[in-house]
Design a protein around this ligand. Structure first.
Ligand code: ZN
Length: 57
């Protein structure tokens, strides 16, 4: 059995990204997301914004 992408569907079902998520919401979502699921990385743009604001992963 090979895992190409490990998506935690159960987590995604319970944790939908709000349609008009602001910066803080997106950061929070991705922080939780990376703990539970690795279907996709944090977008570079968001990482850049986090660095600017002095937030670390
Ligand atoms: Zn995911």
């Amino acid at each position: 059995m090979t895992k190409t992408s490990s998506i935690n569907r159960a987590w995604h079902e319970k944790n939908r990204m709000p349609a008009n998520a602001n910066f803080e919401q997106r950061v929070k979502w991705h922080m939780e997301h990376k703990k539970h699921c690795s279907c996709r990385p944090i977008p570079k743009k968001l990482v850049e914004e986090m660095k600017k604001k002095g937030l670390s992963l």
